[in-house]
Unconditional design. Structure first.
Length: 145
């Protein structure tokens, strides 16, 4: 099974795009999907009953003021480390780290921090930043052809 995943990853990264013989842009779609699922679990997996307000493990864990937010910040740091493997610019990684630090600091405040954690979706924002960067990278590569 693992060999099949590695083979698929290599195939996606090394195959030239259809219709062109230019260089390919290595994007690990399996890693991208894992990050999407993890950020959804952390930020918006469930809804508060009788409302349309999404909540994830980040909002639930913030009920324990500092410890819950620290635990979810570690998961968010993992998401950033995995995203950085896409060869992101340092400024983009710094923005992602700032989002997580803001989420941790705001969520550490008792009571109000829980509301902040439910409203502020740092992992979702970071995933959106990653998607935007990858789309720009692909568009730039397509324009070169």
């Amino acid at each position: 099974m693992i060999d099949a995943i590695r083979t698929r990853r290599r195939t996606v990264a090394e195959d030239p795009p259809p219709g062109g013989s230019g260089s390919s842009i290595p994007i690990d779609f399996q890693r991208l999907e894992r990050l999407r699922r993890l950020s959804r679990l952390m930020d918006s997996r469930w809804h508060i009953p009788f409302t349309r307000i999404p909540v994830g493990l980040d909002g639930i864990a913030s009920l324990v003021p500092v410890a819950g937010d620290t635990a979810t910040a570690l998961v968010s740091a993992y998401i950033i480390m995995e995203a950085a493997r896409f060869d992101l610019p340092k400024t983009l990684v710094a923005r992602m780290v700032f989002n997580v630090l803001l989420d941790w600091a705001g969520g550490s405040v008792p009571v109000l921090g829980t509301v902040f954690d439910i409203a502020f979706k740092a992992n979702r924002m970071n995933l959106n930043l990653l998607h935007e960067h990858l789309e720009q990278r692909l568009a730039a590569a397509a324009a070169k052809r």
